[in-house]
Design a protein around this ligand. Sequence first.
Ligand code: AMP
Ligand code: ZN
Length: 430
Amino acid sequence: MFWDPDYETIDRSELERIQLERLQQTVRRVATRVPFYKQKLAEAGVTPDDIRSLNDLRRLPFTTNADLRDNYPNGLLAVDLDNVVRLHTSSGTTGKPKAIFFSAGDINRAADLIARCFIMTGVRKGDVFQNMMTYGLFTGALVMHYGAEKVGCLVIPAGPGNSERQLLLMRDFRTTVIHLTPSYALYFAGFLGKNGVDPKRDLALRRAFVGAEPHTEETRRKIQESLGIEVYNSYGLSEMNGPGVAFECIHKTGMHLWEDHYLMEIVDPQTGEPLPEGATGELVLTTLTREAMPLLRYRTRDVTSVIPGKCPCGRTHRRINRITGRTDDMLIVRGVNIYPQQIERVLMSMPSLGHNYLITLSGLDEMTVKVELAETAFDGSVEHLVQLQNQIVEKLRAEILVKPKVELVQSGTLPVSEGKAKRVVDQRVL
Ligand code: AMP
Ligand code: ZN
């Protein structure tokens, strides 16, 4: 089943024709309406007429996170302010936020892409969608909300946190689909266990959409098993309208990236040079249909690769692999490059371990991994604990080539954040 079969299964050559047409329009619009791009294009020596094929994309300048901040608040707007109907921001950790503007058409198109994602994973009118993401300036909840309404779901705008209330809503309104961060999904699964709720017996849940933060296949498996549902990976970023950029279909073999709305490249994060298909690098996205705030070659800093070949679902939009992290997530510990996802993969594959972990870097270059035990793991014997601890240390050392300290803590004792999980605390004196 498709939401928009003509576009979802479009012939690649026809898709490329549309992409080129939309790219040309986008470049023309920003060249005339956005002084920042006018100047950038002039510096790069490119005019809109130079874009004659999709290969000319690489002649265009990149847009970075810093460009968005420098042009805060209105510098990247391509329409008059009275044609903007919604403002979102993406805050990051420091400094000014990034302002993201939507025209009415932008909202409608973003919701349409979410509708594709919902239908693609089997959600239908009549499903009950409990949205457990943060409502507010963050795009994650509202954009999904609009898409779910388009499909005809009953939408429960629950927001995150307050697990008792989530459970009450879920029970009383027979929620079938939830949308939440993977870290909250893990926590919530633990919460149900502690409260004696068996989701298969007591709830009507069938599916979860998880996104907004990097997570591993092992984490997905853990959520699926503990909630007894299908879990689909949902990728997006505020700069590209939020969720609905790429999403898994029922085959769960990578996320279809909607290429009629976003042009993708994978580049070498150091040099910015495009990499061959299948290679892992930084995802760069160009908006093709955005009115209020088109962006050229936006450096997402998300690391992934394109999966070659066709998907059995029949969609022709290429798939990207699970995001393994961000180019700026990488930790350097004692000279070794480590991605937090490597640690997560090890921890989440061990049945004796629970749902939450925290990596702390301290002193000169000490790494401590705190991890919660599974509810059922601890038989009370110290010997058992020490054995488990040593086993984790060894597994981690084999994966990341650095020997961390491991601390086992009781389930439910590590901090849980309402928004994106904070997995690394760096207190090093460098
Ligand atoms: P925001 O702009 O606040 O929505 O954050 C977007 C960022 O969240 C992306 O650039 C990614 O780094 C991360 N993100 C979103 N969805 C996923 C996902 N499914 N897997 C991994 N990272 C994700
Ligand atoms: Zn597919």
